[in-house]
Design a binder for this molecule. Structure first.
Ligand code: C5P
Length: 232
């Protein structure tokens, strides 16, 4: 496996698009440039499970719906996500230990699917950096104890979370920007090299790729920065 291929499989593109035709167009433009596609609320509410099953044919898919409800409801939703064939799904760690544990039990039926928990949104600027890190670490420990595979966090919190939960506990980092890109609603950001250097396992990039004039070139640029950071 080439270094580039390995890094393409650590890059997740957020398909925050309006509908199926836009999503499939973007998928085709990015074919061979990234390994993962992330489907979040906008696209899922618009198109539902059929699109997920189409996307899983050619990519790893992260279903980013951040489930946050009573344990039974969340566990049932996780089962359905597993049956759709996605490789990653998430819940919100603020749902508490019982919810996390029930969700982890449901996910165990799908060995190829990772269950991760959102710690603190990368768009949340209401706390100081120290507070955000403390809350993120506390929620990561809860998720780790409950049997989840990892968390969504900002690159700023990766080192502390790995320290508390172990290197094998996955960290998925949105809030990635580089060059003079607009931060938009993101607050706790890092560039692709910075996220790799602190040990993030996966990087989530949305608008800097899907709104680029050439999305494949933007994805290649991110992968190059990731490769340089990892392999020099
Ligand atoms: O466009 P941008 O790169 O900011 O997209 C980031 C993506 O990651 C969005 O789809 C957003 O919903 C998602 N996300 C996030 N922060 C989290 C969890 C998910 O930005 N904590």
């Amino acid at each position: 496996m080439s270094d580039r291929f390995i890094m393409q499989n650590r890059l997740m593109v957020a398909l925050d698009l309006e509908n199926k035709s836009q999503a499939l167009k973007m998928r085709d433009q990015l074919m061979g440039h990234v390994g993962w596609l992330k489907v979040g609320l906008r696209l899922f509410v618009a198109e539902g499970p059929d699109l997920i099953q189409t996307l899983t044919k050619k990519h790893h898919v992260f279903l980013d719906l951040k489930f946050h409800d009573i344990p039974n409801t969340v566990a049932q939703a996780i089962e359905i996500a597993g049956n759709l064939g996605v490789q990653m799904v998430n819940v919100h760690a603020a749902g508490g230990y019982d919810m996390l544990q029930k969700a982890a039990q449901a996910a165990k039926h799908f060995p190829d699917m990772k269950l991760i928990a959102v710690t603190v949104l990368t768009s949340d600027g209401s706390m100081s950096a120290e507070q955000a890190q403390a809350v993120a670490v506390e929620r990561a420990k809860l998720a780790c104890d409950a049997g989840l595979s990892g968390v969504v966090c900002s690159a700023h919190e990766v080192a502390a979370i790995k320290n508390a939960c172990g290197d094998g506990f996955l960290t998925v980092t949105p809030g990635i920007r580089w060059g003079n890109q607009d931060l938009q609603d993101q607050k706790r950001v890092a560039d692709p090299a910075g996220a790799i250097q602190v040990g993030a396992d996966y990087l989530v990039v949305g608008r800097p790729i899907i709104q680029a004039s050439n999305p494949a070139d933007a994805a290649d640029e991110a992968v190059s920065m990731m490769c340089d950071a990892q392999y020099g």
